[in-house]
Design a protein. Structure first.
Lengths: 559, 251
């Protein structure tokens, strides 16, 4: 077991190294995440405390309502934790980069099993910290719980984490065995969809209350000394593994109104049993499945592979010239990578979701007032600019660095890097315009219907896209890293952070100018001065970034 | 040994490369004539790959000049690189492309137009019998097949100079023999090659001249006979000469 602890400590040391080596960009990213994490937790705490205090004020039914909230909340956190555990665990248990190496060493499979379980637990424990801690603290604050309650809540939280980790481990090895012959990504997608679907059904059926449930929750009857509402809730949630813990936590603030000795015992026994089951069943299944999964799916083992393109298809098919061929390769490889396509799709999905919210939000009254329209116009440009920046930092900024070990193909050849820069600027701007433009314009239609203002929005959006793509490309040239194959890590380097800061600052300036355009237009004035300022600002940034990149081309080395 | 147009196909003139405090290559001067295969050998870290990367434009020399058929690589990089074919030590090829698509991309980079492009690709695929796997994604290729693909890619545009870093690592014996014959034919037709390798018997078979690089400096240069004379080892193999010149003692 000491091997497991040593390997785990090595993983944690990697974090400590960032602090020791004072890697500025990574430290800044960690600091931003810590602040964001803290803000979200503080917000949750305040919201929970306020909500639970309101519940207390409604009188006798407050006890049942509090228990229902706790049951539903713990059930939801359990679902989130377990699905997150399985989605992460299928990779760490079976496809982690050091699996082949560890399999070739005398580390017993049982130890490897516990190592993977612990790694996955650490990676997915954010849900307990982010959701569990603020809610438990809020429960104590709303009910004036003293020291003993917080101690009890801590015990419950630890038991809950153990339970979720053990269930996650069990489901991971079951899913691993079921999908052992599939490609890793397919297995993860299938397991996540199946689990999320099953849990969604359970949550819909047992957690989301119906109007009839509310009638029962507010039922005042007290047969056999216990309110009927509490009995109904205990009956509703009895088969959720989180139920004994929810009731025990509730008993910590409403001492005698719920629970039983059996449930109190179950709060301790269930996590222990789940751990034993994970250890016994999980370890054996893991030992059987890992060697099969490590071989990979049959079509890969029997290479050269079954995955083929159309036989004899020429390349490039659509674009001409050296730069056209490279851009067609960029698009082709993006289209053949489900992971990358998924990430691009996710950004577009978030933009679409934001736009949908714009349409369902109760804005009718606000849109009658010019000042509110100007502010919403500003915020909308900020939001769209944020999505454009997200795309730029994830896909455009790393494009040069990601040539990586294949950089020799382009840079040992007679390719003019300046032309490649311009070609990519044109290509990425077009793709981004096509992906984001229609959705963003749809959102703008919700705010303004005046054609001139829609034109202003369209022009500012075009400026945002071209400038953001130029900055992302140029900063990618200024700070390349051909040794890092991970686009997310590249985005958190110093160059990546500089790109984010400059792009978001620029987006804010363009957003403000957009808002001024609306104010001026709705007051009967001209928008030309503001538009000219936006064009001048964009042109200055594009020219500066391009000039810096051109200077860098002359000294670029493929290290 | 000038080419018909008066220039050697490769000339390195006092080429140096410094990484921080470390001088990886120091004032390296050499020439490769048309029809000549020049082998650059030396221990790990002697500066071979750094030299190759400077010739191919992947590294910028700290000092000195690279001339390809008389064209200054720094002044006219695209023109100079158009004459050059490069086979790297690590044949990384885009995983999500098929072998045929990759060759098409390289042909487009070197402006090989249709229908010549398709004809050349088919002809080259036959060379290593890669045709049946040409439409499979490169991610499914073995290391040897990737190496073959990199070799074929370097020949697509009929270069005048080949720069080869470890040509036969990962190749099966039959393919290694084919590669040796291919390099010889390339030189017989007037092409030049600069070959970096640790496979000394291979270098002995194909190279007309050998340069021994040690700690960034060219310490010996000449054909096998000249090297034997200098070492006073009349029947020595290149392996024995290498050990002699690097001051090691054969066990």
């Amino acid at each position: 077991m000491s091997v497991v602890l040593r390997l785990l400590r090595r993983r944690l040391d990697a974090l400590g190294k960032i602090v020791r080596d004072r890697e500025g960009a990574k430290l800044a990213v960690i600091a931003v995440f810590v602040v964001l994490f803290g803000l979200v937790m503080a917000g949750e705490y305040l919201a929970f405390r306020q909500g639970l205090a309101e519940v207390l004020n409604i009188g006798p039914p407050s006890a049942a309502l509090t228990l229902y909230i706790l049951e539903a909340f713990l059930a939801l956190v359990l679902v989130i934790s377990v699905v997150s555990f399985v989605a992460t665990g299928l990779w760490t248990f079976y496809r982690a980069s050091d699996t082949a190496f560890l399999l070739s060493t005398p580390v017993p499979l049982a130890h490897l099993f516990w190592l993977r379980a612990a790694e996955t637990f650490l990676l997915t424990s954010w849900a307990f910290v982010l959701l569990g801690v603020p809610s438990f603290l809020a429960l104590g604050a709303a009910h004036d719980g003293g020291g003993p309650f917080y101690l009890w809540a801590l015990v419950i939280l630890v038991l809950f984490m153990l339970l979720a980790g053990a269930l996650g481990t069990l489901l991971t090895v079951l899913a691993g065995a079921a999908f052992r012959r599939y490609r890793a990504r397919t297995a993860i997608a299938l397991a996540t969809v199946v689990l999320a679907g099953a849990f969604a059904l359970l949550v819909g059926r047992h957690v989301v209350p119906s109007p009839a449930d509310f009638y029962l929750i507010f039922e005042p009857g007290i047969p056999n000394g216990k309110p009927a509402s509490l009995k109904f809730i205990e009956h509703r949630f009895w088969f959720w593994p989180s139920h004994p813990l929810a009731v025990s936590l509730f008993a910590g603030v409403r001492v005698t109104t719920a629970g039983s000795d059996a449930l109190a015992a179950a709060a301790w026994l269930l996590p222990a049993l789940a751990l034993v089951a994970a250890g016994v069943i999980g370890r054996r299944l893991f030992a059987v499945t890992l060697p099969i999964a490590a071989e990979g799916p049959p079509e890969i083992a029997a290479r050269p592979g079954a995955r083929r393109a159309a036989a004899g298809a020429a390349f490039p098919r659509f674009l001409r010239g050296p730069v056209g061929a490279v851009i067609e390769r960029d698009l082709l490889t993006l289209g053949r990578s489900p992971q990358e396509l998924g990430r691009a799709g996710f950004i577009v999905f978030l933009l679409a979701l934001y736009t949908a919210i714009l349409f369902v939000a109760p804005l009718a009254e606000a849109l009658e007032q010019p000042e509110a329209v100007a502010r919403l116009f500003f915020l909308d440009l900020m939001a769209v600019g944020y999505f454009v920046t997200a795309f730029g930092i994830r896909f455009v900024f790393p494009s040069l660095s990601l040539e990586g070990r294949g950089a020799w193909i382009l840079f040992a050849g007679p390719l003019a890097i300046g032309r490649l820069f311009l070609g990519r600027l044109l290509a990425y701007s077009t793709v981004l315009g096509l992906a984001v433009g229609p959705i963003a314009m749809g959102g703008a239609l919700r705010l303004v219907t005046f054609p001139a203002l829609l034109g202003v929005f369209g022009l500012l959006l075009a400026l945002l896209i071209v400038t953001t793509v130029t900055v992302s490309l140029a900063f990618g040239v200024l700070w390349p890293n051909f040794r890092e194959p991970n686009a997310e890590r590249l985005a958190t380097t110093g160059g990546g952070l500089a790109t984010i800061v400059l792009c978001l600052g620029y987006v804010a300036a363009v957003g403000w100018l957009g808002g001024q355009c609306v104010r001026s237009a709705l007051a009967g004035g001209s928008v030309l001065a503001y538009l000219a300022a936006a064009v001048a600002l964009s042109a200055a940034i594009v020219a500066g970034a391009t000039a810096a990149a051109r200077r860098r081309f002359g000294t670029l080395e493929i290290l | 040994m000038p080419a018909p147009d008066g220039h050697p196909l490769l000339r390195l003139d006092r080429l140096s490369k410094r990484f921080g405090d470390r001088l990886a290559v120091e004032a390296l001067t050499l020439e490769v004539a048309p029809g000549e295969i020049y082998g650059l050998i030396g221990p790990n870290g002697s500066g071979k790959t750094t030299t190759v990367k400077m010739i191919t434009g992947l590294y910028r020399p700290t000092a000195g000049q690279v001339l390809i058929a008389g064209i200054d690589l720094r002044a006219e990089p695209e023109r100079a690189k158009g004459l050059l074919g490069y086979i790297p030590d690590e044949p990384f090829v885009y995983e999500k492309m098929t072998g045929r698509e990759f060759l098409g991309l390289v042909a487009a980079l070197y402006r090989v137009a249709e229908p010549e492009r398709t004809r050349r690709i088919e002809e080259l695929l036959d060379l290593y019998h890669l045709g049946p796997d040409a439409d499979a994604y490169v991610e499914n290729y073995s290391r040897g097949n990737r190496q073959k693909l990199a070799i074929l890619a370097s020949l697509l545009h009929a270069p005048r100079l080949l720069v080869v870093d470890e040509p036969i690592v990962g190749l099966d014996p039959e393919s290694a023999i084919k590669t040796r014959d291919l390099l010889r034919r390339f030189a017989e037709r007037g092409g030049s090659a600069l070959l970096c390798t640790h496979t000394l018997p291979f270098a002995e078979q194909v190279c007309h001249r050998i340069g021994l690089l040690n700690e960034g400096r060219l310490v010996e240069e000449g054909d096998l006979a000249a090297l034997r004379r200098r070492a006073s080892l009349p029947d020595a193999s290149l392996e024995a000469l290498y050990l002699h010149f690097t001051k090691a003692r054969p066990s």
